[in-house]
Design a protein around this ligand. Structure first.
Ligand code: SF4
Length: 337
């Protein structure tokens, strides 16, 4: 450092950090790119994020946070935190019902956290290098992500992945048969195996179904009176959903499954993730070429209309349909790098 001076050292350090950031490909970035390359461009190249997330994302994130509070403290404390996440009083009742149901179903069967460098509560963050395999050839990439919780049960290390869904989650539901295709859990098993230096093959998949999506209007906030739909009184609604829960909706709203992730699934994940990353790099080169020729760089990132309505809708929909612009709408802000 003395030979080059502190200024040069800081510059070199910045270059190293920038190279590291460029090589990094997170699970969420790969998911965005799979869904739509234009979405990836807005979020990860331009760095925009919605000031307000879609209600679907809000719901999932808030539920995850409340379940973590429940995990780390107790039921009453978790319930007391609901108003900080949900302002609508009907939503507050739904979420309280879900937390009580969750507690009742799993309190005697907890997933104890395994403490290896836990950050942010139960979450475990990782950044791991990948230098290629037989399919991709030599390459250099960093895989990053967050695991909801690393667990240790009867000496067996595994991890928990929390999800919220609109689909049915009964035992015989299709929902479970698709799990072996989930790149996220294959990624976490791959990453944890590397971190631990031994195979990690078990995921506890914990799922909450959004009550408003439950079948047969079970959580409808209105009812018919003389052919008119009118809202329930709050306490009337609370009594109604509690009664429903005692009857038969228990298994339809919360569920947990232990899923085996094979070595083959992990290899399939890392190969696809690396190819996803290489695709992104090619699009970045295309974008640079377009800009050099005076053309809009976004042309390198085609839209995928199949992605627009996924997960409750895309936050860039009004931008893509020309109703507004990112800068002009006030709905987006730059991510902090
Ligand atoms: S609205 Fe549709 S096309 Fe536009 S970025 Fe989102 S997913 Fe892609």
């Amino acid at each position: 450092v003395e030979a080059f001076g502190p200024g040069l050292f800081i510059k070199l350090l910045r270059i190293v950090l920038l190279m590291e950031a460029i090589r990094s490909h997170s699970v969420s970035a790969a998911n965005a790119y799979r869904r739509c390359s234009r979405l990836y461009y807005h979020q990860y190249v331009q760095g925009w994020q919605a000031v307000r997330k879609t209600s679907w994302l809000d719901f999932g994130t808030s539920i995850d946070q409340l379940l973590e509070v429940l995990d780390l403290t107790n039921l009453e404390h978790a319930i007391s935190q609901i108003p900080t996440h949900f302002s609508n009083p009907f939503d507050q009742i739904d979420v309280e019902v879900l937390l009580r149901l969750w507690w009742k179903t799993f309190r005697n069967n907890p997933l104890p956290p395994h403490s290896i460098d836990h950050r942010a509560g139960n979450q475990f963050g990782f950044r791991l290098p990948f230098n290629g395999n037989e399919v991709t050839g030599l390459m250099s990439m960093t895989v990053s992500g967050y695991i909801d919780k690393v667990t240790l049960i009867a000496g067996d290390v595994g991890f928990m992945e929390g999800k919220t869904t609109s689909q049915a989650i009964n035992d015989r539901s299709d929902y479970w048969s698709k799990l072996p295709m989930d790149p996220q859990i294959a990624c976490y098993a791959w990453a944890l195996s590397k971190e631990m230096g031994r195979p990690v093959n078990w995921c506890w998949y914990q799922v909450i179904r959004r009550p408003s999506q439950a079948a047969d209007r079970a959580f409808s906030k209105t009812h018919k009176v003389k052919d008119k739909e009118i809202p329930y009184e709050l306490e009337e609604y609370r009594a109604r959903v509690n009664e429903l829960l005692i009857k038969d909706t228990r298994n339809a709203l919360v569920a947990r499954k232990k899923v085996f992730i094979s070595e083959e699934m992990k290899q399939a994940f890392i190969t696809e993730h690396a190819q996803n990353y290489l695709d992104v790099q090619r699009r970045k080169e295309d974008e640079t070429r377009l800009l050099e020729n005076g053309l809009p760089g976004e042309l390198a990132w085609p839209r995928n209309h199949f992605g627009c309505s996924m997960f409750g809708g895309c936050e860039f929909f009004d931008v893509c349909t020309g109703k507004t612009t990112i800068e002009g709408s006030g709905d987006f802000k730059k991510r902090i790098k």
